[in-house]
Design a protein around this ligand. Structure first.
Ligand SMILES: [Zn+2]
Length: 130
């Protein structure tokens, strides 16, 4: 079933709230790295603290916040789909993703059937080549 306007509105709110929460988490992480970096480099060049946020984010990407960054990108993609009126439509089969699935994962781009097939085809983190 396609999403009602009310459901779309609700999911939109969820996406915005999650997006905001992730952004402040990431900002805190950046601040933490900046502080750690500053302590590490204390006594070194006085310019050492001038690293761009982009560099710090790149560092963070390899740390435990990589997942947060991923989710942030997914949420931003979901916002774009909302704006384009493509939200809630499966990327693979063009069918409806379904409200229950979107409530659990507002950034979902595939219906459950296609997601399952996708994971079988491309493997997941839980998959093993052994
Ligand atoms: Zn599908």
């Amino acid at each position: 079933m396609a999403l009602t306007q009310q459901q779309t509105q609700k999911l939109h709110t969820t996406i915005e709230q999650r997006h905001q929460a992730l952004l402040s988490e990431l900002r805190e992480d950046v601040e933490r790295v900046r502080r750690d970096r500053h302590e590490e480099l204390a006594g070194a060049s006085p310019d050492a603290g001038d690293e761009s946020v982009a560099t710090l984010i790149a560092d963070l990407d390899h740390a435990d916040v990589g997942r947060d960054l991923n989710e942030l990108r997914e949420l931003e993609a979901a916002r774009t789909r909302l704006a384009d009126g493509r939200y809630g439509v499966c990327d693979d089969c063009g069918g409806d993703i379904g409200y229950e699935r979107l409530k659990a994962n507002p950034a979902a781009v595939r219906c459950i059937a296609c997601q399952t097939r996708h994971e079988k085809t491309y493997g997941t983190t839980s998959g093993s080549s052994l």
